[in-house]
Design a protein around this ligand. Structure first.
Ligand code: ATP
Ligand code: OAA
Ligand code: CA
Ligand code: MN
Length: 669
């Protein structure tokens, strides 16, 4: 039905063939000829009118969604703090739940909330209301105003909100939403705080090398109140109720309260999106983020060292963000929570990409930022399970997220077609530069930042595997972007070496983009994600060793960085070659290759890999200056040794032998 443009009152009708063909439209001037007879060709000078005013016409433009859809403006508005007789039960429940989330701890009351956009509901603010609780002694103006709740808006609605109200929001030529994240274009790990209470003091990793900088409960509450008061002072807040983890038994319900449509769309894309039915029965969230965005923390507050604060309280199951609009804080903050909760359930959380071949062979891709997790897990010949955060349980792997977060600097259609094509309507494109007229993005432009990013739902990758779960991994690939250019492009690792390199978490990038910076900077980040782990690295390492052993998985070290010299003299290994190497791992052909051992790092390197020039497989062969190679290799070996010193007193798992082997698996010189 439909499609003829002649629907009237929703009734079906079909054209009579004769009338439709030859007959000219019959002119009728008769007033009140309401119902067209199907056999008579419709005359558009006397249309059936379904509206009497312009406002009514506009109201027709938006068709009412099914009742389970979370929010529509116009018509019935849910109001909390009023008797609200017309509010649907589910909406009332949602508003009560959000009101509880946003309740002030000092005034002990939640704000008055209304569903929908303030501009389209101006009238509703006049609805007389009877307070649900008697006015507290310290009643304040903030307690008298309404805050509009934009609950789980659709991408289209969020686009409109962003473009209308958030400076720097534009639609690009491919339909993505370009946004600016403000002063911060990356995470602020130094401003991260974790509440140290009796439980977390005993459980978490604190002190040297740990990402967990303590704060006390009281200070957390001060920051929480600051964020909540800020959010309640706004005309409207965005609320996302979503899930984490595709493993249904270990799914987490998260609520994100934020001030910007950009943040709401980012999380819509990055977390798992509930179905309307799931949303209807969402209930109380397991974890809540209060994202006050640009609103700073108060520097006079204890433990605060800047205007930015990202605070995690595991006991209260809450996170507060003040003074940064970088959306990655939310994504990675929740990842930290998973790094705490999952190991308690004997599930290993991983900073890794993950994909699966047609035969069900699963590969994990570990690596620090910019080493290729997203690029290499997005593979046209394999199913994408996820690009960044996973769990490995008794039953296999599951993605934590519902979307991908790809680096876009120098993105090229030919090299990364699937990521390129994912940048379309619905995708959030952060901090990119585009032509003011055509809105075509220049991915090579670093004017705003080098860390330009695209956040898109995982189903935007054509061969994503939904639900994002898979069997136990067969290959564990450790990625390092070695800007010193001395690590081999590919080496096979034994279990102890895999653990050594996992705990080391090495990569070396080039420091910044400033002119003249030639020296690569080595980074060691335990478990390839020290910024997000909550427990001591050896806890995760022991779990990984146990799982790899039980499943007979093979470890690999892949250098996605430099070859033939360090940054400045050598060049980055071609993505096409790295893909060939990865193909050979997946296909199993590398397992049967012949290997030789390198000096110092003792890495097993294959004599050949199909499609890769053999002279780059052994790094020294690709260097013109052999002495420079030896010096650089030794320099890197020393950096590895120094870094590992902090781990030498730790036992890994119950297996004393393994600990010894791991310590021996480092460089020898
Ligand atoms: N040989 C190579 N292998 C992999 N990536 C390469 C290679 N050469 C260049 N690159 C580029 O390096 C970048 C890798 O970034 P990617 O988004 O995959 O990082 P990531 O590991 O997912 O980081 P994050 O955790 O920050 O998301 C991409 O921009 C990619 O185009
Ligand atoms: O969190 C971010 O900003 C991006 C990311 O994935 C990482 O750094 O590992
Ligand atoms: Ca990534
Ligand atoms: Mn990441």
């Amino acid at each position: 039905m439909a499609g003829n443009g002649n629907e009237n009152g929703g009734g079906d009708f079909s054209f009579s063939a004769a009338a439709a063909r030859d007959a000219l439209p019959r002119i009728t001037t008769e007033k009140g000829a309401k119902t067209p007879t199907p056999s008579v060709c419709q005359d558009d000078t006397a249309p059936p009118v379904n509206f009497q005013t312009i406002d009514e016409l506009h109201s027709l433009q938006k068709k009412r969604s099914a009742p389970t859809t979370p929010l529509r403006d116009g018509g019935v508005a849910g109001v909390i703090g009023t008797s609200g007789p017309t509010t649907p039960v589910s909406a009332e429940t949602m508003l009560q739940s959000v009101s509880a989330s946003l309740a002030s701890l000092t005034r002990e009351t939640g704000p008055k909330l209304i569903r929908g956009d303030p501009t389209s509901l101006a009238k509703v603010a006049h609805v007389p209301h009877t307070p649900t609780s008697p006015p507290a002694a310290d009643v304040s103006d903030s307690g008298l105003k309404f805050t509009h709740v934009l609950h789980n808006l659709s991408p289209a609605e969020l686009y409109e909100q962003a473009i209308k109200y958030e400076k720097g929001s534009f639609v690009t030529s491919t339909g993505a939403l370009a946004t600016l994240s403000g002063a911060k274009t990356g995470r602020s790990p130094k401003d991260k705080r974790v509440v140290k209470d009796e439980t977390t003091a005993a459980e978490l990793w604190w002190g040297k090398g740990s990402p967990n900088i303590e704060m006390d409960e009281q200070t957390f509450l001060v920051n929480r109140e600051r964020a909540v008061d800020y959010l309640n002072s706004l005309d409207k807040v965005f609320v996302n109720d979503q899930y984490l983890n595709w493993d249904p038994e270990n799914r987490l319900k998260v609520r994100i309260v934020s001030a910007r449509a950009y943040h709401s769309l980012f999380m819509h894309n990055m977390c798992i999106r509930p179905t309307p039915e799931e949303l209807e029965n969402f209930g109380t969230p397991d974890f809540t983020i209060y994202n006050a965005g640009k609103f700073p923390c108060n520097r006079f507050t204890h433990y605060m060292t800047s205007s930015t604060s990202v605070d995690i309280n595991l006991g209260r199951r809450e996170m507060v963000i003040l003074g940064t609009q970088y959306a990655g804080e939310m994504k990675k903050g929740l990842f930290g929570v998973m790094h705490y909760l999952m190991p308690k359930r004997k599930i290993l959380s991983l900073h890794s990409g993950c994909n699966m071949g047609k035969n069900g062979d699963v590969a994990l891709f570990f690596g620090l930022s910019g080493t290729g997790k997203t690029t290499l897990s997005t593979d046209h010949n394999r199913y994408l399970i996820g690009d960044d955060e996973h769990c490995w349980s008794e039953t296999g792997v599951s993605n934590i997220e519902g979307g991908c977060y790809a680096k876009c600097i120098d993105l090229a259609r030919e090299k990364e077609p699937d990521i390129w094509n994912a940048i379309k309507f619905g995708t959030v494109l952060e901090n990119v530069v585009f032509d003011e007229h055509t809105r075509e993005v220049d991915y090579s432009d670093k004017s705003v930042t080098e860390n330009t990013r695209a956040a898109y739902p995982i189903e935007y990758i054509p061969n994503s595997k939904i639900p994002c779960v898979g069997p136990h991994p067969k290959n564990v690939i450790l990625l390092a972007c070695d800007a010193f250019g001395v690590l081999p492009p590919i080496s096979k690792l034994n279990l102890a070496q895999t653990m050594y390199h996992f705990i080391s978490g090495y990569t070396a990038l080039v420091a910044g983009t400033e002119e003249g910076v030639k020296e690569p900077r080595a980074t060691f980040s335990a478990c390839f994600g020290a910024a997000f782990i909550m427990l001591h690295p050896t806890k995760y390492a022991a779990m990984l060793a146990e799982k790899m052993q039980a499943q007979g998985a093979t470890g690999w070290l892949v250098n996605t960085g430099w070859s033939g010299g360090s940054y400045g003299s050598g060049s980055r290994i071609k993505l096409a070659y790295t893909r060939k190497i990865i193909d050979a791992i997946h296909s199993g052909s590398l397992l049967n290759a012949t290997y030789r051992k390198t000096d110092i790092f003792g890495l097993e390197i294959p004599n050949e890999v199909e499609g890769v020039p053999s002279d780059i497989l052994e790094p020294i062969n690709a260097w013109a200056d052999k002495d420079a190679y030896q010096d650089t290799l030794l320099k890197l070996a020393r950096l590895f040794r120094n870094n590992f010193e902090t781990f030498t007193n730790h036992k890994i798992g119950d297996d004393g032998n393994l600990t010894e082997e791991i310590l021996a698996a480092g460089p020898n010189f």
